[in-house]
Ligand binder design. Structure first.
Ligand code: GTP
Ligand code: MG
Length: 394
């Protein structure tokens, strides 16, 4: 553990130094105010002393990088160097002591520290942006784009805006849309080549809309594209689930195969050589259950689909979505379908998720209606939604 003391004129200033020098993981061990200088007790200046610690195991952060990116994004290289040197002069290394603090206390302090850091980051970030950039940053964060990503988007876009257009809202907005759309990437929907059968499977947590989406896709392929469609379901946990898909199949004149084992999914696919497209519905169970994921993997290994789609609800929090993606990693999906777009007005998590996972968007579903409420994900449209200011600015 590395322990250091920082002295500054305000707690905010000291925290910035702690962050610059020790990184996000630093914890505050002690703070105190003291006065120095003056004459006969008068005119003394007040200082804040913060003692912080960081675990050795965390990777060292390049100080210039942090200052450049996080603290004062618009400072020149010389100014950054000067700021960095000031930090070096103020700090003083204290003794290393790991045993004196309980783990719980450390964790609590770390949380406090993180909360304070967020506020400081926001304040110091604002220093480096003009009024327009600042407002866009606020909108992105309000729409739940992760602050670090929001900052990156705004900073990199504003850097390319000529000062003469700093107040041109339409121009700046268009540049922001382009930037966000580039992160979201062009979506990859299903493309059905002529005379080549395609097999697709939808996986994902309980109740996100896998079966409804399969029904929408099947209806569109069968009715609009006049394709020969087969439906297979491995969801045998709920009788209602099979019935749900069978009802759709009946309307479309498509048989639904219910498979109980990986071998039977193989057989079912083999029996559909004449079909253009085979859609596989899977059981949604607790994604945290490793048993479920390995069972699903066995089905997917047997089916060997051309593409596996992870279905996520747009109403899910980013943290939970990342958790789901992690748990389905073994399934080797590459594309994501976002359902229930109609049930939220907060689209930032979609951007953060695509940015972090590097997966591709394919479809968005916008309601319960089969077959209408599905569209190919449009990265520009989503970018516009992510930049929409719904009001309620504090
Ligand atoms: N508002 C809205 N509801 C949707 C959408 N897609 C699906 N639903 C609804 O979500 C509920 C669950 O849908 P299902 O298709 O059964 O979800 P699932 O993922 O197959 O569920 P399990 O098989 O139990 O894991 C149903 O009430 C659907 O009508 C959508 O885009 N918007
Ligand atoms: Mg289902």
């Amino acid at each position: 553990m590395r322990v250091k003391r920082f002295v500054a004129r305000s707690i905010q200033e000291a925290m910035v130094q702690v962050k610059v020098e020790m990184g996000q993981e630093a914890v505050i061990l002690h703070t105190r105010k003291f006065k120095e200088g003056g004459f006969l007790g008068l005119f003394a200046q007040e200082f804040v002393e913060v003692t912080a610690a960081v675990d050795h195991h965390y990777p060292e952060i390049k100080k210039e990088e942090v200052i450049d990116k996080v603290v004062w994004p618009n400072l020149s290289k010389t100014e950054i160097k000067e700021t960095s040197d000031t930090v070096d002069n103020i700090e003083e290394t204290l003794s290393e002591d790991e045993s004196s603090l309980e783990q719980d206390d450390l964790r609590e302090m770390k949380q406090m520290m993180e909360d304070m850091m967020k506020q400081i980051e926001q304040a110091s970030f604002n220093l480096g942006l003009n009024h327009m950039g600042n407002n866009i940053y606020k909108i992105l964060v309000k729409n739940e784009v992760e602050p670090i990503l929001a900052r990156r988007i705004v900073k990199s876009t504003m850097e390319k805006i000529p000062p003469s257009q700093y107040e041109d809202l339409d121009f700046i907005r268009e540049k922001m849309i382009e930037r966000i759309a580039r992160i979201l990437k062009k979506s990859k929907p299903i493309v059905l080549p002529k005379r080549k059968q395609q097999v697709f499977a939808l996986v994902g947590p309980t109740g996100v809309g896998k079966t409804t989406t399969i029904a929408k896709l099947a209806a569109n392929f069968a009715i609009t594209s006049k394709k020969n469609v087969a439906l297979i379901t491995s969801d045998t946990y709920r009788i209602a689930a099979v019935e749900q898909l069978k009802a759709v199949g009946e309307v479309l004149g498509i048989n639904v195969d219910v498979v109980f084992t990986p071998q039977s999914i193989k057989n079912a696919i083999a029996s559909h050589r004449d079909k253009d497209v085979i859609l596989i519905d899977t059981a949604g169970r607790n994604h945290r259950s490793m048993l479920h994921v390995s069972e699903l993997k066995a089905f997917m290994d047997a089916a060997q689909p051309d593409e596996i789609f992870l279905v996520l609800s747009a109403t899910t929090r980013l943290k939970d979505m990342l958790d789901i993606v992690k748990n389905y990693e073994n399934i080797e999906f590459n594309r994501i379908i976002f359902t229930k777009i109609d049930e939220t007005t907060t689209y930032g998590p979609i951007l953060s998720l695509i940015y972090k996972t590097k997966k591709y968007l394919s479809y968005c579903t916008t309601g319960q209606s089969i077959p209408d409420d599905i569209e190919i994900a449009d990265q520009r449209k989503l970018a516009q939604l992510i930049l929409e200011d719904g009001g309620n600015n504090e």
